[in-house]
Design a protein around this ligand. Structure first.
Ligand code: HEC
Length: 224
């Protein structure tokens, strides 16, 4: 609903003021904000689904090892199964060749592409950044990531998009090479939560806030 409203606001000439301004970021209520904040476990577990089924197609999370997901409430067995669902390039073997194998808990989320060149080739020349620290790397942090993921719209009148670019008022320059990553019900949440664009964006942002600063909560306690 909110996404639709935003779309209507931004997509019609009425909602657009001057040429193409960056709207101020809305401060969201995050479970992890503040001194005593903790990460919402439900959101973290759902977010793993979003990450795997959506973002992992283009982005790596190379600083996050599968076994660290234990901090999110997953059992060792769950993590083993989850890790196995990823294909890892390893090697070289005794013949000097690289090979692929199923993921292990000690592996990090792999890059879906062989290298940056392949990554650009698969994304019309743009490089999907590693997401491990993205929340810390961008001004506005979680609020920015959430706004980015939920604010795609058609461009205001008079703005011509480059080839393969999408309009997003929060991205610097307002044209982004990442197509809108979500449609409603893109994932089917294991816990039955309706997968609205807003929900998926909130959940995955919570996850990325955790990957950027896991030590702000449990990692320290668990001795990593
Ligand atoms: C089809 C490929 C693709 C998918 C799927 C995808 N992205 Fe991206 N993403 C990109 C590309 C390409 C860029 C670089 C955009 C640019 O530089 O214009 C990018 C950039 C980003 C950025 C950086 C924006 C900035 O300020 O620099 C974030 C954050 C991001 N993606 C998050 C996500 C999340 C979260 C998901 C999953 C919900 C996701 N992406 C899914 C391709 C993808």
């Amino acid at each position: 609903m909110k996404a639709l409203l935003l779309f209507l606001l931004l997509g019609t000439p009425l909602g657009v003021k001057a040429e193409s301004e960056t709207p101020p970021l809305t401060q969201q209520l995050w479970s992890f904000s503040g001194m005593r904040g903790t990460f919402d476990r439900g959101a973290l577990q759902r977010s793993l689904q979003v990450c795997k089924e959506v973002c992992s197609a283009c982005h790596s999370l190379k600083r996050v090892r599968f076994r660290e997901l234990q901090a999110l409430g997953f059992s060792a067995e769950d993590i083993k199964t989850f890790a196995q669902s990823y294909e890892i390039t390893d090697g070289p073997n005794n013949e000097g060749e690289m090979f692929t194998r199923a993921g292990l808990p000690s592996d990090a989320f792999p890059n879906p592409f062989k290298n940056d060149q392949a990554s650009r080739a698969g994304n019309h020349g743009a490089l999907p950044p590693d997401l491990s620290l993205i929340v810390k790397a961008r001004a506005g942090g979680a609020d920015y990531i959430y706004a980015l993921l939920t604010s795609y719209s058609s461009p205001p009148r008079g703005i011509k998009l480059g080839e393969n670019m999408s309009y997003n008022p929060y991205f610097p320059g307002h044209q982004i090479a990442m197509a809108p990553p979500f449609v409603v019900d893109q994932v089917t949440y294991a816990d039955g939560t309706p997968a609205t664009v807003d929900q998926m964006a909130r959940d995955v942002t919570t996850f990325l806030a955790w990957t950027a600063e896991p030590e702000s909560e449990t990692r320290k306690a668990m001795g990593w």
